[in-house]
Design a protein around this ligand. Structure first.
Ligand SMILES: Cc1ncc(COP(=O)(O)O)c(C=O)c1O
Length: 337
């Protein structure tokens, strides 16, 4: 945010703000190219994997994935692990896909999958933002694996070669709302269906280097700033993962030691990004919320679909932020436990 503030009225010596520059100007074309390269480098993508910057959020990808990778009536497989995975399933059904659910569990990561060999792809949500569960290991899939990484992309080192497609909106771990990153490896480009309206066809955006229509330039610029921070200040993806693990471990340890709060998510399913927890006695909820707010600890309310509490520990949350929260919980425990 400090870099953005400093560059806001003069983008790299142009005398213009990045908000004012035409999306056809060389500076923006270079921004698109550089940001793509940085994602490629950080994630270890192959040279012919396409990286796209699209709009429409994770929600538009719930449509574009079935449209591009299957035809109406085709069998597609989904793992239903929570609120957003279920929305992806609903959308595929609305588009007339024959959705098979390989496993369903909203409170823990499923242990076994029943994948349909005839399905066009298997869709997985790697981190379940609302339920606070996360796949620690990516499951083996006999069919092309598609991942919604909206709430954990670039938060940990992951073997990208396992995926036939990855999508993630930027606003949680790598930027602000307005841009969605989609990674389409070469092998998947051959699966894309003919006859799609141009806008919905990944190839349209690939051929135009994400400049088919006006791209969300400012949001992409913020992603570049975040990637620079991740690479230069954090020290790369492995260092980011180590830090994220420390943050999550500290908070889970504090909750497990508490008599007032409990985390309902079993050990092997716990998310590093979204720590959900509940009050043992509901009467403590308003007191905790008020005192947390007074202490400057904001945004701890759970998602409306789950209630309880949720601490989101995305990349930008520091270890010191998490320490402030754990100190507060420990102190609250001492006073009310
Ligand atoms: C995992 C996941 N997928 C998809 C979405 C929907 O994304 P959007 O609001 O960008 O459409 C969300 C929203 O938080 C999410 O957490």
């Amino acid at each position: 945010m400090e870099r953005i503030r400093n560059e806001l009225t003069d983008y790299r010596g142009t005398g213009m703000s990045v908000m004012e520059i035409s999306h056809r100007a060389p500076q923006v074309l270079e921004l698109l190219e550089r940001t793509q390269e940085k994602i490629r480098r950080l994630m270890g993508l192959a040279g012919d994997d396409v990286v796209l910057f699209l709009q429409g959020g994770g929600s538009l990808q719930f449509c574009m994935v079935p449209m591009n990778l299957s035809a109406a009536g085709d069998a597609v497989d989904y793992i239903d692990t929570g609120y957003w995975a279920a929305k992806a399933i609903d959308t595929a059904r609305q588009l007339g896909r024959d959705v098979h659910v390989a496993a369903k569990n909203h409170s823990a990561i499923p242990l076994a999958l029943n994948v349909w060999a005839d399905a066009r792809y298997l869709h997985i949500c790697t981190n379940n933002t609302v339920m606070g569960t996360q796949w620690q290991d990516i499951p083996a899939s006999p069919i092309p694996l598609v991942a919604d990484m909206s709430s954990d992309i670039l938060s940990r080192n992951i073997d990208v070669s396992r995926f036939a497609l990855i999508y993630a909106h930027a606003q949680k771990t790598i930027g602000v709302a307005g841009v969605t990153v989609v990674i389409v490896p070469r092998k998947t480009q051959e699966m894309i269906q003919p006859g799609l309206p141009s806008f919905f066809d990944y190839r349209t955006h690939a051929v135009a280097s994400s400049n088919y229509h006006t791209p969300p330039v400012f949001a992409i610029y913020v992603v570049e700033c975040m990637l620079d921070w991740l690479e230069q200040e954090v020290g790369g993806l492995k260092a980011m993962e180590t830090l994220n693990k420390r943050k999550a471990a500290l908070l889970y340890e504090t909750l497990d030691a508490s008599t007032l709060f409990r985390c309902p998510v079993p050990l092997g399913s716990r998310s590093m990004m979204n720590v959900v927890f509940d009050a043992v006695n509901p009467k403590t909820v308003p007191i905790f919320c008020q005192q947390a707010r007074d202490a400057g600890l904001l945004g701890l309310e759970g998602h409306r679909a789950r209630s309880g509490f949720r601490a989101s520990l995305y990349n930008a949350v520091t270890l010191e932020d998490v320490e402030a929260l754990t100190r507060f919980i420990t102190d609250f425990e001492r006073r009310y436990g």
